[in-house]
Design a protein around this ligand. Structure first.
Ligand code: NAD
Length: 357
């Protein structure tokens, strides 16, 4: 399967990119070139299970560096480019939007230009089969507060945060490169992911690790913000389906049919920990007591919900995990993989690159 095919994955050391890279190496015969800048969110230790594969290559680099991208495209001759590199954390985008504009907008533009030059050098046969797959978020659609609506592929864009606005811009650029230059692109917009190897600044790992340490569990506002959760390995399978079987020019929404209020997610984590780790940190009677409501995030969207029926109908993908099975696997993974997350928490995963040794 896919013998000899080359997948060029940007952001392959991140949360979803590493799940995709592991999936590709473990389930296909393809080669993967993981191109990643290794920002604070990039962690090569998430790839330790596949790093010795001869079909896996890591190259450190920035998607804003067009010369380097062009050099690598001519060296590796990718059949597919899957673009996941991004600044991805909404709170960080509020504190410092510049990096989001640079990587998510300028970086995507630069990658598109490098891809276009490379694509123009391909033979007609290879040109036709080539795909540029842009991985995006449901946050571009904005807020569904007060409605029962779902986001479909034709919902208009109304991003709220610097993060979602930068992703919306990048989606528009990708579609413009298809329409204007004929570059064979596909876009996917996915709901919130969770699962193993998730950086502990995000809701689910933050709550698990704080609870294990007896620290407070900070919940924004009243905790009633609703998100649609998808297990990251289900997302990786969906991405592979889309890039290999999806139709050029189409958009596919990907989601898990798992709408949950943030406070319910935190409650579920607490009850799983009660079951799995009955010996609590000193001074903690029950994990639920650690929940603390904190000032809401500015511009916080109240509800996101995805209609994923198109990818289910047209490509035959559907999630394998329910929220209940996926969250249990996730909590168990964090309990079994202290070495991975303790090296993230103390900064040693980054070596000297982030100024921590
Ligand atoms: P992440 O923050 O965990 O990883 C991003 C990766 O990109 C990191 O490895 C980082 O080092 C790399 N990177 C950042 N800037 C770079 C640059 N200039 N050049 C090269 N590499 C760079 O993000 P994630 O959660 O894995 O998300 C991956 C993609 O999926 C993003 O585009 C995000 O918008 C999208 N997405 C995420 C979610 C989610 O719930 N996490 C949901 C839907 C879509």
């Amino acid at each position: 399967m896919d013998k000899g095919k080359v997948f060029f994955v940007t952001g392959g050391a991140g949360f979803i990119g590493s799940a995709l890279t592991r999936y590709l190496i473990e389930n296909t015969d393809c080669k993967v070139v993981n191109f990643d800048k290794l920002t604070y969110a990039g962690n090569l230790e998430s790839l330790s299970s596949i790093q010795s594969s001869k079909r896996y290559h890591f190259v450190k680099g920035d998607i804003c560096d067009q010369d380097k991208l062009s050099e690598l495209f001519s060296k590796y001759q990718p059949d597919y480019i899957m673009h996941l590199a991004a600044e991805s954390h909404v709170d960080r985008s509020i504190d410092g939007p510049a990096a989001f504009i640079e990587t998510n907008i300028v970086g995507t533009y630069t990658l598109l230009e490098a891809t276009r030059s490379y694509w123009n050098t391909l033979s007609d046969g290879k040109k036709q089969k080539f795909r540029f797959h842009h991985i995006s978020t449901d946050e571009v659609y904005g807020d569904l507060e007060g409605t029962d609506d779902l986001f479909t592929e034709t919902t208009s864009y109304e991003p709220s945060s610097p993060y979602s606005a930068s992703k919306a811009s990048s989606d528009h650029l990708v579609r413009a490169w298809l329409r204007t230059y004929g570059l064979p692109t596909i876009v996917t917009n996915c709901s919130n992911n969770y699962g193993p190897y998730h950086f502990p600044e995000k809701l689910i790992p933050l709550m698990i690790l704080n609870a294990l340490d007896g620290k407070s569990l900070p919940v924004y506002g009243n905790g009633m913000q609703i998100r649609d959760w998808l297990f990251v390995e289900d997302h990786a399978r969906a991405l592979y389906k889309v890039v290999t079987e999806g139709i050029v020019g189409e958009t596919y929404n990907i989601g898990g049919h798992n709408e949950k209020a943030n406070i319910d997610v935190v409650n579920i984590i607490c009850s799983l920990l009660e079951e799995l780790v009955p010996n609590k940190p000193e001074g903690v009677n029950q994990y639920l007591d650690l929940i603390t409501y904190v000032k809401d995030r500015p511009g916080h969207d109240v509800r996101y919900a995805i209609d994923a029926s198109k990818i289910e109908r047209e490509l035959g993908w559907k999630p394998e995990e329910t929220f209940e099975s996926g969250i249990r696997k996730t909590v168990e993974w964090y309990l079994d993989n202290k070495q991975w997350w303790s090296r993230v928490l103390d900064g040693s995963y980054a070596g000297e690159r982030l100024g921590v040794s």
